[in-house]
Each structure stands twice: as structure tokens, then as C-alpha cells.
Design a protein around this ligand. Structure first.
Ligand SMILES: *[C@@H]1O[C@H](CO)[C@@H](O)[C@H](O)[C@H]1NC(C)=O
Ligand SMILES: *[C@@H]1O[C@H](CO)[C@@H](O)[C@H](O)[C@H]1NC(C)=O
Ligand SMILES: *[C@@H]1O[C@H](CO)[C@@H](O)[C@H](O)[C@H]1NC(C)=O
Length: 371
């Protein structure tokens, strides 16, 4: 009995001793903060703040004078508030070798909406014959366009420059001769004019048809990790069209080092320049998908083209109800990158236009679309 009490008293003394020791230690570490990381790990005290924080990221790459100047110009253009008046127009820019097989369909689409759109045609091979009044005298000066070459990007920039001349043009859509509209004019107009972003297709493809085409000659301005891929069929806001016009630095890197056969790569400038450019300059301002649908599911060099027999109500309904954008990487993994199409915070179908349709599909399309 007495022995037990003695042991208890000894234990209490020990406990009091230990508690005071720890208190003293903590108090002193608070007053005299430890200055090495191990001590910081054991005692989280105020003096550790600077040390427990992760080291600052390695300093960003020093921009060259030219790059710095470009970035300043882009920033100020992007800060211009978008104009939204009842005179706002959409510029429909057609990139075609010759006559447009679907002029009659576009005529039906545009009819009754005068004042809300303008048409530009870049015909690179032959002077087109027009069947629609909306296309008459709308050809701009054009030059040869070679598939895969920078001349494709040059034609896009030429169209943008001509369309920018009209201050009422607020949105700029690039279309080909095989493109068709999927909805009536008002639907397309409201979708584009009221969108708070541009629709530029953009994704990271680690495979041979993506980053495998990158050449280190593009350094230092274009780093491999920021190189992107995407379909050329964009639909962009005026501010974005302006920064494309203002860019000569990044454009020149793609012109000189992204071309078929250069550096052992098969780089195609129109599939990389704008995707990479917007990803660098305004990643949050682009949707990362194109509003022009195309079917790559056959996995050939060119996408599926629809003939008259393929054009059915079901096909059109299928395309217009898609509300997920899917990108497939070109490496062995064939990874599917799926993203919901979100328009001003609302999930909506992705597509307003579609390609590629064969000319003989015209009558069937006129019958089924009836705008
Ligand atoms: C597009 O992708 C970039 C980079 O992955 C991202 O920062 C941006 O938020 C995306 N845009 C939208 C609208 O989700
Ligand atoms: C439409 O979509 C359905 C469901 O995915 C599919 O079974 C059908 O084959 C599609 N039809 C056409 C014409 O693409
Ligand atoms: C667009 O609007 C949505 C919803 O208001 C918002 O979440 C998003 O950040 C906006 N995007 C841009 C680029 O302003």
C-alpha cells in the first residue's frame, strides 16, 4: 500500500517535470524561432513561415525585347471591351479553291438577315461562279494555297485582314467549300455573338501527329511543352482576330520551322500555329473545341466525307445533339480526351457547322435543313 503511494508520487513528479520541460522548449522556440527546416518540421511556429513555404518557382524565361513588346500589345488588345450593338455582324470567311458547291444552301441560310453578316471569299485556284447574290463581288485578293504549307495560314490571315476592315464585324468564322450550316441564322448568330470566348480547337497530343512534329528550332519563344494541335476551322472574336494580325513573331517561328519535311518532321502549320498561339497568349479565352464538326472516326488521312446517301435526318440530329468534345491522341495509347461543351457556363451542343459534304449532297441538304 505505502509502496504504491510512493511510486505514484514519483510518477507525478516525473510527469510535472516532463510537461514543464516541453513547455519551456516550445516557449523558447516561439521566442527564438528555429531557423533550420528540420526544427521547423518538428515545431510549427511563426518563424518557419518563410521556410515551410515551397521555394519560389524557377524564374520565368527572360523574354526577348521583341517578345516582350508583342505581349504588351496583345494584353492591351485583349483588354478592349467587346462591342455588342445591334449592328454587330458575323464575318463568314470562305477558304476555297474555286466555286462554292453549297452557295444555294448558304443563300437560304442568309436570306432575311441582311445587315447581320458579311461574306468574304478567298478562291485560291479559279475565279468562282456565283449563284447567290450574297457571294457576288465578295472575293478578296487571293494567292495559291498548298495543303500543309504556311500559305494556308497566309490565306486565313488575308481573310481576317479584309474582314477586320469592317468595324461592325465582331465574330469571324472560317469555313471551307465543303462546310454546311447546321442551324438557322438566328441560332448561329446568337451562339457566336453572345459567346464570351472564341472557338479555337486546341489539345495536347504527345503522339507523332502532335508534339512529334515539334522542332527545337522554334525555341526559345515556342517551347515543346506548350506546343498544341487543333483543327484550323476557327470562329473567333474581334480581339482575337486583332491579335492574330498583330503577331509576326510567333507566326514567323511556324513559317520557318513548322513545315512538311523540315527537321525530319511533317509539321503542318495550320494545325498548330493558332492552337499554340492562343494557348500561350489567352488560354482561358478559347473554348478548346471548334464549332465545326468533322468525323475522324475512320482514322484515315482525311476525315469522312458525306455523300447524298449519307445525309439523313438522323445524321443531322446526331451531329447537332453532340455536347461533348472528344480529342484522341496519336500515340499508341490513343487516349480520348473528353470535355463537355460549356457555353457561357451552360452545357450546350458543340456544333454550328459541319464538314465534309460532297457537292452532290446539296439537294438532300436543302430539303432536310429548310431554314
Ligand atoms: C482550354 O484549355 C486550357 C489549357 O488546358 C485551359 O486553361 C482553359 O481553361 C480551357 N478553356 C476552357 C473554356 O475550358
Ligand atoms: C446516330 O447515333 C446513333 C446512336 O449513337 C447511332 O446508332 C447511329 O448509327 C447514328 N446514325 C447516323 C446516321 O450517324
Ligand atoms: C464565360 O462565362 C462563364 C459564366 O458566366 C464564366 O464562368 C467564364 O469564366 C466566362 N469566360 C470568360 C473567358 O470570360
Amino acid at each position: 500500500m505505502g509502496g504504491d503511494l510512493q511510486i505514484l508520487a514519483l510518477k507525478s513528479i516525473w510527469i510535472i517535470f516532463l510537461v514543464s520541460l516541453v513547455t519551456l522548449f516550445l516557449a523558447s522556440s516561439y521566442i527564438y524561432p528555429p531557423h533550420n527546416t528540420t526544427a521547423c518540421y518538428i515545431f510549427f511556429s511563426r518563424g518557419c513561415k518563410a521556410l515551410t513555404n515551397r521555394p519560389p518557382p524557377s524564374p520565368a524565361r527572360q523574354l526577348s525585347d521583341k517578345e516582350f513588346a508583342s505581349r504588351i500589345v496583345f494584353r492591351d488588345i485583349l483588354n478592349i471591351p467587346p462591342a455588342q450593338s445591334k449592328y454587330s455582324k458575323i464575318a463568314f470567311m470562305f477558304l476555297t479553291p474555286r466555286s462554292l458547291p453549297f452557295e444555294k444552301l448558304w443563300d437560304m441560310f442568309f436570306c432575311g438577315h441582311e445587315g447581320k453578316f458579311s461574306v468574304y471569299v478567298h478562291a485560291s485556284k479559279e475565279k468562282p461562279v456565283h449563284v447567290s447574290r450574297y457571294f457576288l463581288n465578295r472575293e478578296i485578293h487571293s494567292d495559291e494555297v498548298r495543303w500543309g504549307k504556311i500559305s494556308m495560314v497566309d490565306a486565313e490571315r488575308r481573310l481576317l485582314a479584309h474582314a477586320l476592315k469592317d468595324p461592325d464585324n465582331q465574330h469571324f468564322v472560317l469555313l471551307s467549300e465543303s462546310c454546311i450550316p447546321l442551324h438557322d441564322f438566328d441560332h448561329v448568330y446568337n451562339y457566336l455573338i453572345h459567346a464570351n470566348m472564341s472557338f479555337v480547337d486546341c489539345f495536347f497530343d504527345p503522339g507523332p501527329h502532335g508534339n512529334g512534329r515539334y522542332s527545337e528550332h522554334m525555341l526559345p519563344e515556342v517551347e515543346k511543352k506548350i506546343f498544341r494541335k487543333g483543327s484550323q476551322w476557327f470562329s473567333i472574336k474581334r480581339q482575337h482576330a486583332l491579335i492574330v494580325m498583330a503577331d509576326s513573331l510567333y507566326y514567323s517561328r511556324f513559317r520557318d520551322y513548322c513545315k512538311p519535311g523540315f527537321d525530319g518532321k511533317n509539321c503542318i502549320a495550320d494545325e498548330h500555329y493558332l492552337s499554340t498561339f492562343f494557348h500561350m497568349i489567352d488560354p482561358g479565352g478559347i473554348a478548346n473545341w471548334s464549332v465545326t464538326h468533322v468525323d475522324w472516326s475512320e482514322r484515315k488521312w482525311h476525315p469522312k466525307s458525306y455523300g447524298a446517301q449519307d445525309v439523313t435526318n438522323e445524321l443531322l440530329k446526331n451531329i447537332t445533339s453532340i455536347d461533348l468534345s472528344v480529342h484522341v491522341t496519336s500515340d499508341v495509347k490513343r487516349e480520348e480526351q473528353v470535355q463537355a461543351c460549356v457555353w457561357n457556363g451552360i452545357r450546350r451542343p458543340c456544333y454550328l457547322f459541319a464538314r465534309k459534304f460532297n457537292p452532290e449532297a446539296l439537294d438532300k441538304l436543302m430539303l432536310l435543313l429548310k431554314f
